[in-house]
Design a binder for this molecule. Structure first.
Ligand code: GLU
Length: 312
């Protein structure tokens, strides 16, 4: 059975990009008779307080995007909040440590950005390997002064996959991505590790998410292999851009549900978004169920979608 998921990070009010993500994940799974899981990706507890998660859950309920497992619904893989699942990430980390692939890194963010290293597709610098060859004695000495982050040593290998929507994608792990973070110096586990552990533990078979995470997928596939876990299939969809072409963010008040919920109904909003995403050309109001027979990945564009200027 197809198992899809919504995995929002509640660092602010849900915005149109998140809503499109949840809508596509919901339609893609439901069309195959599958189920949907809601997982709250609140690893960064300082940026993701519980009240934002509560608001996000209420907004998804208002939209009528139902889930079979997750907060409120319950289910066999509780808890559905990443902030409460750190024991699982610790276990996975230890599995990787046992393979000799994890090393402590003492570089500060400022040092990394100052280094003239090439940048990854997500704009982050490729780690230049500064701490890769520290001896255990050197690492122990530095750990007196600064708690280290933990990085995964990646091989000079190409990792590719066939995205269900975007087609073939490949990266060289060493050159395009670099040794990546598994745990930050403050102890917070990295998204890359947590998402792999959770999608596998929750039996997710299909990941639907924005194209900004396309470049994370080779890293995640590598983690699936190292951890001996089955990888899901992936469908990345184009990003929504603000009318001026900028990436939409949670700061775009116009695109947040705060501004929208008072002005439009949920079917109006979903029908309009589905129109922008190519499978409801008239843009007429639709519930998620009404969109089910209209949805097809073939109709969704591959280029970024620019939002029209909204009337006030
Ligand atoms: N939590 C991530 C976000 O909100 C999504 C992660 C994923 O879908 O893999 O951007």
């Amino acid at each position: 059975m197809t198992v899809g998921r919504f995995a929002p990070s509640p660092s602010g009010r849900i915005h149109l990009g998140n809503i499109l993500c949840c809508l596509l994940a919901w339609l893609s799974a439901r069309q195959k008779g599958g189920k949907v899981i809601l997982r709250i990706e609140d690893l960064d507890t300082a940026r993701c307080p519980q009240r934002y998660a509560d608001q996000m859950i209420a907004d998804l309920q208002w939209l009528g995007l139902t889930w079979d497992e997750g907060p409120v619904a319950g289910g066999p893989c509780q808890p559905y909040f990443q902030s409460r699942r750190t024991a699982l990430y610790q276990q996975a980390l230890e599995t990787l440590q046992a393979q000799g692939l994890v090393y402590p890194c003492f570089c500060t963010r400022a040092e990394l950005h100052a280094a003239s290293a090439p940048h990854r597709s997500d704009g982050q610098p490729v780690y230049p390997g500064t701490c890769r060859a520290l001896s255990p004695a050197q690492a122990a000495e530095r750990a007196y002064v600064r708690a280290p982050a933990l990085r995964l040593r990646v091989p000079d290998e190409d990792w590719g996959f066939l995205d269900g929507h975007m087609g073939a994608y490949r990266e060289n792990l060493a050159r395009d991505c670099g040794d990546f973070l598994l745990r930050r110096s403050d102890g917070m586990f990295a998204y890359q590790l947590a998402v792999v552990v959770d999608d596998a533990a929750m039996g997710v078979t299909e990941v639907v998410r924005g194209a900004d995470l396309l470049g994370s997928t080779p890293r995640q596939l590598y983690l699936y292999k190292l951890l001996g876990l089955p990888a899901p299939s992936f469908c990345h969809f184009p990003l929504l851009l603000a009318p001026d072409g900028r990436r939409l963010s949670k700061r775009d008040a116009d695109a947040g549900l705060d501004a929208l919920r008072g002005r439009v109904t949920a079917p109006e909003l979903l029908g309009w978004l589905a129109g922008l995403a190519g499978f409801n050309p008239s843009g007429e109001p639709c519930t998620p169920q009404q969109l089910l027979p209209r949805f097809s990945w073939d109709l969704v564009p591959k280029e970024d979608i620019r939002l029209p200027v909204m009337e006030r």
